[in-house]
Design a protein around this ligand. Structure first.
Ligand code: NOJ
Length: 743
């Protein structure tokens, strides 16, 4: 019985209303050759077995959330009470659990899921770093490589990509996504889904992907993980939902609910979000898994009085699988039997889950992913490490390079300072749970590998835990060389889930270290390491060169050495604005003009701060190269276009420097006058061009009508006629523009 009277009345209201028959939004006959098979299995299932399919447990081998030990899990699997396990890895472990499932009455195979966020045993750059490469093909490649390794360990499903847009560098989970831009984040989402899932889910080198966390998790107030989200529906649809929609349209197999509420209703129990938008408007045919205990946490949110209410809310809103809260196993049967939940909801969820198991080929052979030999051949192979190394080099962003101090050709002596440069564990970054730290190449090791003939001296310079300086040691080592490479930043564990930070400055002592080394008359090259935009204004004037090197994974040190040496000419661009002060956060390039636009400096009665320029330290899209590029004015094919026509815009790019390099030419638009105000610029295209010195190429951008549109006050997607600015350049704050009329 549901305890609260008010709550039962609410339930009655819903039941009596439109929800008695769930809108399942799936036409199985059309979508899948497996429809009949799915239904034939469903017909054999008892209610208890159906609910079992909707239940996911973590194994006790590893936990990625607050778990409770339970020695009965294998027994429950044998009874058909578990549909999926997370945190089981390895061909032999997954085989062991699958064997238990094969002892169940209907022998329905288990689905194994894991957080393969940026690699399995081979760890690739954190997703935010990879987003800096602006190389979609590369992101597809690393996802495919990660999928291959993951699948070889018996796992069928990764809880990635995270497609949450985020404008707040305090939020620890910025490291998992593609940064602040909705349009770019949508392209990255598509690429990663393509990479993980490949052409066929039946291929044992691919895995199911999962678009998470639905929705608006990145808008948590104050950047505090799990916190309340309070945004308008317009912002929800315009800023936070598009990457999810892009993932759905790219065929992502699953979605994960977010922990946060949207419009006062936790996402896991949010019928509008999941059943109406995702499964209804977007016709999503995959299944939705809750986040860890997010069904149960609806009690803490204050949406329901107890776990039974949470089960009701979750299942009716469209959450098909309950990760770890046990609400479904404990209460769904009762809810159905007493008539509170229509069994059609259960059937819908189970169909969606079984469909994926069929698509993976698990009904043909439940052990087809558990192949020890394939695992041995695949895991940490040279091929995968090579992908990681390339991805690492492409993720690095050159922020400063005075007097061409970089690249370093063949220096006789190099001083390396900074405990982070010799920390294997930190190279991996957060969410690298399967990575083995001993296997990571540190920066120091990478430099040694690249410069075998140089004398390399190393000092910690500071204590990793306390940040206390060892200035004497650092100076002693620096005295041996003209060139000092200094590694600074945050620790890897300081970003990721539940790692929000109120201070995102590089520790003061580390910034002082750079200053002291510069005062010795050295050429100082600073490597900034971290999982988020950091603030390091104090050291900036004392650094000859600055590279943002993030966390790059297993091959980090080699990738960094590739860039330091010029073997790879840096081409990364920032996918997130780097603030100049914490008080500017949230800060993003596509802000609106307001009635009193911000002005550089400290002008009163404008939209700024009294004590801080409103501009960031480094803008979105910014990143230098060892060569220089000249980008021409944008030349539209016409000055006026008729509605429906595709806008074409040409731009010439020339390498005016001394070495070959790759430039990312960016196209932004601005709708100058509209019924709902528009941002001062919005990224709508980019093209990467590789040029030899002196070489020139033309880039042609095409803007389809849809890309000029926005959601109006009635939440309709519209393109309003009028003037648009087209802007091109190599960074969001370095653009040349023209105006076109679109009527
Ligand atoms: C909680 C995290 O929010 C989610 O991203 C992750 O996939 C699950 N835990 C499972 O580990």
């Amino acid at each position: 019985m549901i305890k609260s009277g008010i709550f039962s009345m609410l339930l009655m209201g819903v039941i009596a209303g439109s929800c008695t028959q769930p809108s399942v939004g799936v036409n199985y006959e059309v979508i899948s050759p497996y429809a009949e098979k799915v239904d034939s299995v469903l017909k054999l299932m008892t209610l208890e077995e159906k609910i079992g399919q909707m239940n996911q447990y973590t194994s006790d081998l590893q936990a990625t959330g607050p778990s409770r030990k339970d020695s009965t899990k294998l027994e429950q699997i044998r009874k058909g009470r578990v549909g999926s396990m997370l945190n089981v890895k390895g061909a032999s472990n997954t085989r062991r659990f699958q064997e238990a499932a094969m002892e169940s009455r209907l022998r329905i195979p288990l689905l194994f899921g894991l957080d393969v966020i940026h690699g399995m045993r081979t760890v690739y750059p954190i997703p935010l770093a990879e987003a800096a490469s602006f190389n979609l093909k590369l992101m597809e490649r690393t996802a495919a490589a990660a999928a291959k390794e993951t699948a070889s360990e018996g796992i069928h499903w990764t809880f990635a990509p995270m497609v949450d847009v985020t404008r707040d560098a305090r939020w620890g989970r910025v490291m998992e996504g593609a940064g602040e831009d909705t349009w770019y984040g949508s392209r990255v989402a598509e690429a990663r889904v393509r990479g993980f899932q490949g052409k066929s889910l039946a291929d044992t080198a691919t895995v199911l992907a999962c678009a998470k966390h639905f929705a608006a998790y990145g808008a948590c107030i104050g950047g505090r993980d799990y916190n309340t989200v309070d945004i308008s529906r317009l912002t929800l649809h315009e800023v936070y939902l598009p990457p999810f929609r892009a993932a759905a349209e790219a065929g992502v197999a699953t979605f994960m609910n977010a922990f946060n509420e949207v419009e006062g209703v936790p996402s896991t129990g949010n019928t509008h979000l999941v059943r109406e938008v995702l499964k209804g408007d977007w016709s999503f045919n995959g299944f939705v898994v809750s986040d860890w205990n997010s069904v149960g946490e609806m009690v803490n949110h204050g949406l329901v009085p107890d776990l039974k209410g949470a089960a009701y809310k979750g299942v009716t809103a469209g959450c098909d699988m309950d990760m770890e809260s046990r609400a479904y196993t404990s209460h769904l049967e009762e809810l159905v039997k007493e008539g509170t939940v229509d069994e059609a909801y259960i059937d819908d969820a189970v169909r969606r889950i079984l469909l994926k198991k069929f698509e993976l080929g698990l009904f043909d052979d439940p052990f087809r992913y558990c192949n020890e030999q394939r695992q041995q051949k695949t895991v940490l192979s040279l091929e995968l490490r090579q992908v990681a190394r390339e991805a690492g080099a492409e993720s690095i962003v050159l922020l400063k390079n005075d007097n061409g101090v970089l690249p370093l050709k063949e220096p006789e002596h190099i001083a390396v300072v900074g405990a982070l440069t010799d920390s294997k564990e930190d190279m991996m970054g957060s969410w690298a749970i399967e990575g083995v730290r001993e296997e990571a190449i540190t920066v120091l090791q990478g430099i040694k590998n690249r410069y075998p003939n140089s004398v390399i001296a190393y000092a910690d310079g500071y204590d990793l835990e306390t940040n206390q300086l060892d200035l004497a040691g650092a100076k002693r080592v620096a005295a041996m060389s003209d060139i000092v490479i200094v590694g600074v930043g945050e620790r890897a564990y300081q970003s990721g889930e539940a790692r929000s930070m109120a201070h995102i400055d590089v520790p003061d002592s580390q910034q002082q270290l750079v200053k002291h080394l510069k005062e010795m008359g050295k050429k100082v090259i600073v490597l900034v390491m971290g999982g988020r935009p950091l603030i390091f204004n104090e050291l900036e004037p004392y650094a000859d060169a600055i590279l943002m090197t993030w966390w790059l994974g297993t091959e980090a040190g080699n990738s960094i050495a590739d860039v330091l040496s010029g073997d790879y000419n840096p081409s990364g661009k920032l996918p997130m604005t780097f603030p100049a002060a914490i008080g500017q956060v949230p800060i993003y390039y596509n802000y609106k003009n307001t009635g009193r636009p911000s002005q550089p400096g400290f002008m009163t009665y404008t939209c700024g701060y009294l004590d801080q320029d409103f501009r960031p330290a480094y803008p979105f899209g910014y990143g230098l190269s060892y060569t220089q590029f000249e980008i021409s004015d944008p030349i539209p094919s016409q000055k006026e276009y008729k509605k429906g026509e595709t806008v074409e815009c040409r731009v010439a790019v020339k390498n005016t420097g001394k070495c070959a390099g790759k430039e990312t030419v960016q196209l932004y638009i601005r709708d100058l006058v509209s019924s709902v105000t528009r941002p001062v610029k919005e990224l709508r295209g980019f093209e990467q061009v590789t040029l030899k010195p002196g070489e020139e190429k033309e880039v042609v951008f095409q803007l389809h009508e849809k890309e000029l549109g926005f959601y109006n006050g009635n939440l309709e997607y519209v393109v309003e006629p009028g003037e648009f600015e087209l802007m091109v350049g190599n960074s969001s704050d370095h653009l040349k523009k023209t105006v076109i009329l679109y009527n």
